[in-house]
Ligand binder design. Structure first.
Ligand code: TMP
Ligand code: ASP
Length: 253
């Protein structure tokens, strides 16, 4: 088989040229990083789990009319996606104080926020993805005011969907990060949810015990990351088989 052309390699995923113009293949690696790649490890099976979980969330979003880049899963580690122009922002939605917000404001982790809060970070690892106000985003031309209004509306719909789905399986959605892409159709532009939605990019706490089931397990050395993600996948009914030895791609219909 001819080698596919690699378009981009990030910390947790690789993008290859897709079979048709306007498509890409997104490959999920087992690499885990935190603190802007200062901490890194290879967690066997993580990519397989995130591929399934991101498929599950993106499919659900597509179904309820929240547009995403996701087309279909191809095999254990790969999915077919629409090629988008990524807006260089991390769009973060918070329902409870945690992580950088808790630290910045001296809040106790887990404190309920008065309403969901949407914030933006500029996507640049070398700068540590700094929090940026809307003024910066508009002034530097990363997005327009109209884009930002649309992005906030999208992010809040993702939050409602994800919160409901997770609460249904006894998990609290504390916060999450999404990325937004632009798809151009001539002069017409659409904003879609891109990248991935997985326990790498969410904080997920068991409702009853408060146990962390997300990447904080890795960031804070709280135990086995694969076990935590497996628990999420099991509860959602998307547990893949042969997670740890899934090196050979299996084609699905
Ligand atoms: P934070 O509290 O560290 O700012 O993180 C907020 C949410 O965003 C949390 O669910 C983890 C996620 N996140 C990412 O997906 N990528 C990142 O680079 C960072 C810093 C956070
Ligand atoms: N994604 C970032 C990194 O890989 C930070 C994080 O998720 O904690 O370094």
């Amino acid at each position: 088989m001819a080698r596919r052309k690699k378009v981009y390699e990030g910390k947790a995923k690789i993008l290859y040229e897709g079979p048709e113009p306007g498509t890409l293949v997104q490959y999920f690696k087992d690499d885990a990083t935190a603190f802007n790649a200062e901490k890194r490890d290879v967690i066997e099976g993580k990519g397989v789990l995130n591929n399934r979980l991101s498929e599950f969330f993106m499919t659900g979003l597509n179904t309820i009319g929240v547009p995403t880049h996701f087309i279909k899963r191809i095999n254990m580690r790969e999915q077919l996606i629409r090629s988008v122009e990524i807006i260089p922002l991390e769009v973060i939605v918070r329902n409870y104080a945690a992580g950088s917000m808790a630290k910045r404001l001296g809040m106790e982790e887990g404190a309920a926020l008065p309403r969901p809060i949407v914030e933006f970070s500029y996507k640049d690892d070398s700068l540590g993805d700094p929090l940026v106000p809307e003024e910066y985003i508009i002034a530097f031309g990363w997005a327009t005011q109209q884009d930002l209004d649309d992005i906030v509306a999208l992010a809040l719909r993702v939050n409602d969907f994800m919160s409901g789905v997770m609460y249904g399986v006894g998990i609290k959605l504390v916060d999450f990060k999404i990325e937004i892409g632009r798809i151009w159709d001539g002069d017409f532009m659409r904003l879609v949810v891109a990248d991935e939605i997985s326990p790498d990019s969410c904080r997920l706490w068991d409702v009853k015990t408060g146990q962390k089931l997300d990447k904080d397990v890795f960031r804070r050395d709280l135990g086995n990351l694969t076990d935590a993600y497996t628990e999420v996948a099991k509860r959602l009914g998307v547990m893949p088989t042969n997670v740890t030895h899934a090196t050979k791609p299996t084609l699905i219909n």
